[in-house]
Structures are given as C-alpha cells and as structure tokens.
Write a protein that binds this ligand. Structure first.
Ligand code: SF4
Length: 169
C-alpha cells in the first residue's frame, strides 16, 4: 500500500465509515445514524444495498470517499470492532485522524505543481515526510494531540499566493 494512494479499498476495510460517521435523514441519507452506531444496512463488513445506494436514498454514501483511511486503520488494528467490540472507540478515533492525515497528504502532493520558492518547496517535502510514517493507533493519537495537523494547515494557508490563477478562481 503506497503512502500516496488516496483511494478507498472497501474490500479490505472493516466498514469504518459505516460505523464511525453520523448522518441525518434527508436528501442524502434515508435514516438517522449516530457516530459509533453500525449502519442498519451493514452485513458484517459489507453494505447490503451497495449496488443501489442512490435508489435507496443514500446518495451521501455513494459519494463518500475516505481517501484510503479505512483500509489503513483496519490493517493497523488487525482485528475488527466486530470481533473485538472494545475496539470501536479506538478504531473510530484512529479513522478520524487518519482521514485528516490522508487529506493533508493529498493537499501537500497537489502543491508540488505550484511554482514554490526553493525554501517553501523544501518545507512541503518535510511536511510530507512527517506524514509518511508507519502509523500506529498510538502515533495517530499523539499526532492529534500535538498540534502538528494545525501547524501544517497554518502552513498550507500561506501557499495561497502560489496557487496558479486557474486553480484559484
Ligand atoms: S471507510 Fe473507506 S475503505 Fe472503509 S468502507 Fe468506508 S469508504 Fe470504504
């Protein structure tokens, strides 16, 4: 699994979005679901209505993309929350942070196309290297607590001046 792979691999995931995310009944979801409550359409780790999500009222699920966080967290834990219910909370926490990590990686990768000054380009690579680590539940928890994500987001805001005009408009 490449660190630069940002595609979800649902076949190798313990259905973490279907467990961890909350949604409200409305245009995009056909029922209310709380975070930590397995979706009622889950069959173990598989969505029982996956082939006709939109027709069944779940356009939000059809459009969702975890950017590869789900399979990474599933591999990290080894056992699913299905088999080990006490892992529900730790897996949800790791999934939330890993989604942030993957989002930041994607933005930093995209910034490689910007006309960055040498020093800024080196900083971009340093942030990417910091995110390309062998993550564990513990290191993800530290990452969330130690404000690195906030520092990267602050740094990314400074890139606005280098966004090519066609991408900025
Ligand atoms: S968390 Fe990601 S990989 Fe897992 S089921 Fe949801 S979209 Fe698929």
């Amino acid at each position: 699994m490449s660190a630069r792979d940002f595609t979800s691999d649902c076949g190798n995931c313990a259905a973490l979005c279907c467990l961890a995310l909350a949604f409200d009944k409305g245009e995009h979801f056909a029922h209310d679901k709380a975070a930590g409550e397995p979706c009622k359409h889950l069959d173990h780790h598989d969505c029982s209505i996956h082939t006709n999500l939109a027709e069944r009222g779940y356009k939000g699920c059809a459009a969702y993309e975890c950017a590869g966080a789900g399979q990474r967290v599933t591999a990290m834990f080894g056992q699913s929350w299905r088999e080990v219910p006490k892992q529900v909370a730790p897996m949800m926490a790791a999934f939330r942070t890993m989604r942030d990590v993957q989002e930041l990686r994607q933005i930093l990768e995209a910034a490689a196309t910007f006309p960055l000054p040498e020093k800024t380009a080196e900083e971009r690579e340093a942030w990417l290297a910091a995110l390309d680590s062998e993550w564990t539940p513990q290191s993800l928890a530290r990452f969330e607590a130690n404000a690195t994500a906030r520092a990267i987001r602050d740094w990314l805001r400074g890139l606005a001046d280098y966004v090519p005009r066609t991408q900025n408009s």
